[in-house]
Design a binder for this molecule. Structure first.
Ligand SMILES: *Cc1c(COP(=O)(O)O)cnc(C)c1O
Length: 468
């Protein structure tokens, strides 16, 4: 397992725990409440989501489909805004964004992070208040910056000198003062239970604190009369379970804020510590609650500011996965079941489903781990060591690498994979010309298509050689 697989993966590459197939689970029909959305229950053996039986959902919406539990998304969003008054919470739309989700997070009082013109277009189409939108990205085009300035986004997180120059020109032409945060690289890299405080800064994002480019970027912003220096931004990793990495990052960012005060006489208004808060994908994953995390972050910032005599800035965070990830469940239909014999004689069952790496690339890309269950019925059959795989022409097309599913899983059964709300549909592709699945909101027994299923016609429409 290479460390390179891990920037958005659940575990640090060097310390992958023993494969979960080492121990057989007690009850393969159970739904661990730490992993599944609150509305996931079994009624008469069958999985229900958002108050609806999965068989009825599938009858109406087909498979594969991503079901998003609206109440669960809203509750998680609220748990961040209510966890600690005074902290600004931005939902990182790259985890998954459509107009409905943008409206939900708006109604729950969050801001919204976008990092491309496309994400900005969805936010604006949803009527998301522009002043609570933040624009990220290491290579924002002039067109993207222009649209953001024109729309009146609250702030732009600047990431390069080229961008600062571009933005100055655009804001000057538009006759506006654009608020910006300066993204800094603090040399901390964090995943799950580990962080590295001396990570190399060999990455495309941000301005380095160490080599002085962050100081030069801040000076350029302060010197401009069409940019307003709003503060500093740092993002240290993803799927983080412990706040120690944030502590080191906050220490370095706040020391830098003190330098800015001393050099420029400018008070840093806002410090954004980014996203990356972890969620439970498999049993044993143990993220802190939003309240615990935000209280801790706020405490860290208070202590660090006190130690350098800095007036307390507004603290902001940008969770993506932690808001939308656990609320999504992907349901597939089983097409084939095949047993193979491993070296050493152990048997492994390959259960092929009607999607795969085109709707969930995370297993192939990051060696991510997922939990799945037989969804249309409970089963008392002895569990079998199972690999849930997709239908793509690629042996790495794995959805769940090691799962214990009932030994009688057969074609036509439904398999539900938990915690697929983040970075699955948003990273989906059309590999093998497999149309992307729909995203269906479920709530109180009702279901509503939020993003419809792609069709083969949709794909053929892009092909100019098709006779029409
Ligand atoms: C990806 C990203 C986030 C969200 O990360 P999660 O792991 O989904 O919380 C927040 N901020 C920035 C700058 C990011 O790149």
């Amino acid at each position: 397992m290479s460390r390179n697989a891990h920037p958005a993966g659940p575990r640090h590459g060097d310390v992958l725990p023993d494969a979960p197939h080492g121990s057989q689970p007690g009850d393969v029909n159970a739904l661990d409440p730490a992993i599944w959305p609150e509305s996931a229950t079994r009624v008469g053996g069958e999985l229900h989501l958002g108050g609806a039986p999965v068989s009825a959902l599938v009858l109406e919406h087909g498979t594969p489909a991503l079901f998003l539990d609206e109440a669960d998304v809203r509750a998680r969003a609220r748990s961040y805004t209510q966890a600690f008054p005074g902290i600004d919470v931005y939902y990182a739309g790259k985890a998954f964004l459509c107009t409905a989700v943008a409206r939900w997070v708006d109604e729950e009082g969050l801001g919204l992070d976008v990092c491309t013109g496309g994400e900005l277009a969805v936010a604006l189409a949803a009527g998301f208040p522009a002043e609570r939108i933040a624009l990220h990205g290491n290579n924002k085009s002039s067109a993207e910056l222009g649209r953001a300035v024109e729309a009146g986004v609250g702030h732009v997180i600047v990431d390069s000198f080229d961008e600062i120059h571009r933005l100055i020109a655009i804001a000057a032409t538009a006759g506006v003062t654009q608020r910006v945060l300066v993204r800094v690289t603090v040399g901390v890299e964090a995943h799950t239970h580990e962080f590295i405080a001396t990570a190399h800064e060999d990455q495309k994002f941000g301005f380095s604190l160490r080599d002085g480019s962050a100081a030069r970027a801040v000076a350029a912003v302060i010197a401009s009369d069409v940019l307003h220096f709003g503060g500093l931004h740092s993002h240290i990793g993803s799927q983080i379970f412990e706040t120690a990495g944030f502590e080191v990052a906050a220490h370095r960012v706040i020391s830098f804020a003190a330098t800015i005060r001393d050099v420029h006489g400018v008070q840093v208004e806002e410090i954004n510590l980014g996203g990356g808060l972890g969620i439970a994908y498999v049993p044993g994953d143990d993220p802190e609650t939003p309240k615990q995390t935000l209280e801790r972050l706020s405490g860290i910032v208070e202590i660090e500011c006190a130690s350098v005599g800095l007036r307390l800035p507004t603290l902001s965070v940008e969770p993506g996965r932690a808001i939308i990830g656990p609320s999504g469940v992907t349901v597939y239909e089983v097409g084939t079941v095949k047993d193979v014999t491993l070296d050493g004689g152990q048997r492994r069952r390959y259960v092929s489903v009607d999607g795969g790496m085109s709707d969930n690339i995370r297993t192939a890309l990051y060696d991510a781990h997922y939990t799945c269950v037989l969804a249309n019925r409970a089963s008392a059959a002895p569990p079998a060591l199972t690999r849930v795989v997709g239908k793509h022409c690629e042996s790495g097309d794995v959805v769940v690498r090691d799962a214990w599913l009932p030994g009688d899983v057969r074609p036509g059964d439904l398999v539900a994979v938990a915690a697929t709300g983040a970075y699955c549909r948003s990273m989906a592709s059309n590999y093998n010309h497999v149309p992307r699945p729909p995203v269906v909101g479920v709530d109180q027994g009702r279901s509503q298509v939020l993003v419809r299923r792609e069709t083969e016609d949709d794909l053929l429409r892009l092909d100019t050689g098709v006779a029409r």
